[in-house]
Design a protein around this ligand. Structure first.
Ligand code: GLV
Ligand code: MN
Ligand code: MN
Length: 417
């Protein structure tokens, strides 16, 4: 890279102004952000993003998956674009940085390059992906764009079909459109994403940058224990077929199993819904949402098999029926070694303290890992807190991350003339 290119830096003030403006959309009293995908606040953020893209003089596009793009054309008619992206949606009552940082940094990178007068050797595209967080279907936009989403994945959206479809129609999207418009992998030159770490490693070690080596795999299961409703005062405890009791026992035993046999994995019981869900009726049915994460497919499969076996055994002993549905299956992903090396060289050139590390959180980047050179940058999360209104990163770390995104995108796409 030329000396001039390696000295380009983002416009910190504009980046901050954009971050503050976006943070006001869906802002919560606790200081966080509430923008579940396809909600009114998400639509507000999307409208704001489009307006910023157009005001920057970049080309705006929205695909049939609802992914929004800003495009900066380079010196390369017809060549595949290099993508920079993340997501503007949040978990309910989430934080201001998760996802938003990466989208705003991507936009800032394109604006900075445009203003520098440098004409990139490829087209550069900044993307806001639809529903990364799985309000309806996890990684919806990035999995659909990369051709990984199937009709099965759209079959059991997390808030139910009606809520999902009315959300889609608000955006003018359809299921068929989502499934029918993936991009040709040959038309994607590469993918880079900036994100907060969402863990405490960088902050605790006093490092400024994490260079992601791999991203965890995720399985989401819905277990429905079906027992029998009975009078909660008159039915002897021994004669009940209590779905609530089995679901609670199973939940406790999943933790014991992980702590004993799967210390390299994590699980989460994210929700339990009791039916009919009142004081005086023995629960007739309970639906339990269980998430499993592991860094390799064999470990994920072993954990899955152990917990499904446990659930079946406990249901059988309690004479309760059990239905298990696989709600989401997101494969672990390895980041490209050439991209990791480029990130290391750019971090070194900037004098940034960095470490290579895996990601325990899921990201849009994992949709791209098997189709194009893909990499991710982490910046520190104060106290490792995320998916919470208390999520916070120091602004200087955000700026450092955005500059590393800029420099690495230039390094990976520059073709000397
Ligand atoms: C995304 O934030 C995830 O890891 O669930
Ligand atoms: Mn995220
Ligand atoms: Mn998240």
């Amino acid at each position: 890279m030329t000396h001039t290119l390696s000295s380009i830096r983002i416009n910190e003030q504009r980046f901050k102004t954009n971050f503050e403006a976006l943070s006001r959309i869906g802002a919560t009293d606790a200081g966080g952000a509430h923008r579940p995908a396809l909600s009114a606040a998400d639509l507000g953020a999307r409208a704001w993003f489009r307006e910023r893209v157009e005001a920057a003089g970049l080309e705006y596009a929205c695909d049939a998956e609802g992914n929004q793009s800003a495009l900066l054309r380079g010196d390369c008619e017809g060549a595949p674009p290099f993508l920079l992206g993340s997501h503007l949606d949040t978990v309910p009552d989430g934080g201001r940085f998760d996802g938003a940082l990466g989208v705003l940094a991507a936009l800032e990178v394109l604006q900075t390059i445009k203003e520098s007068g440098y004409s990139p050797s490829v087209n550069l595209e900044a993307i806001n992906f639809t529903d990364e967080e799985g309000t309806h279907v996890g990684l919806l936009g990035s999995r659909a764009l990369t051709g990984k989403l199937t009709s099965l994945d759209l079959g059991g959206p997390n808030q139910g079909v009606e809520v999902f479809e009315s959300g889609l129609s608000r955006l003018g999207l359809t299921r068929d459109g989502i499934l029918g418009s993936s991009r040709d992998p040959k038309m994607i030159a590469g993918y880079l994403e900036l994100h907060i770490e969402q863990g405490s490693t960088l902050a605790e070690c006093g490092e400024e940058i994490g260079i992601v080596t791999a991203i965890v795999g995720i399985l989401r299961l819905r277990l429905r224990f079906i027992g029998r409703a009975d009078h909660a005062g008159t039915t002897p405890v021994q004669r009940r077929r209590d779905a609530g009791r089995v679901a609670c026992t199973f939940a406790a035993h999943t933790w014991e199993t992980v702590l004993r046999d799967f210390t390299d994995c994590v699980i989460n019981v994210g929700n339990m819904r009791f039916e009919p869900g009142i004081f005086n009726v023995v629960p007739a049915a309970v639906t339990l949402d269980l998430e499993l994460r592991a860094s390799s497919n064999p470990r994920l499969t072993a954990l899955h098999d152990a917990l499904v076996h446990l659930a079946r055994q406990e249901a059988k002993e309690a004479e309760v029926e059990l239905e298990i549905t696989l709600a989401e299956d997101i494969a672990p992903a390895t980041m490209d070694l050439t991209v990791q090396q480029a990130l290391i060289e750019c971090a070194q050139a900037a004098g940034q303290k960095y470490r290579s590390m895996p990601s325990g959180a899921g990201h849009d980047a994992q949709s791209f890992a098997d189709i194009c050179p893909t990499g991710m940058i982490f910046i520190p999360s104060v106290a490792g807190v995320s998916h919470s209104p208390k999520e916070f990163s120091h602004w200087q770390d955000c700026v450092n991350g955005a500059n590393l995104l800029l420099q690495t995108a230039l390094k990976l796409t520059h073709v000397p003339t």
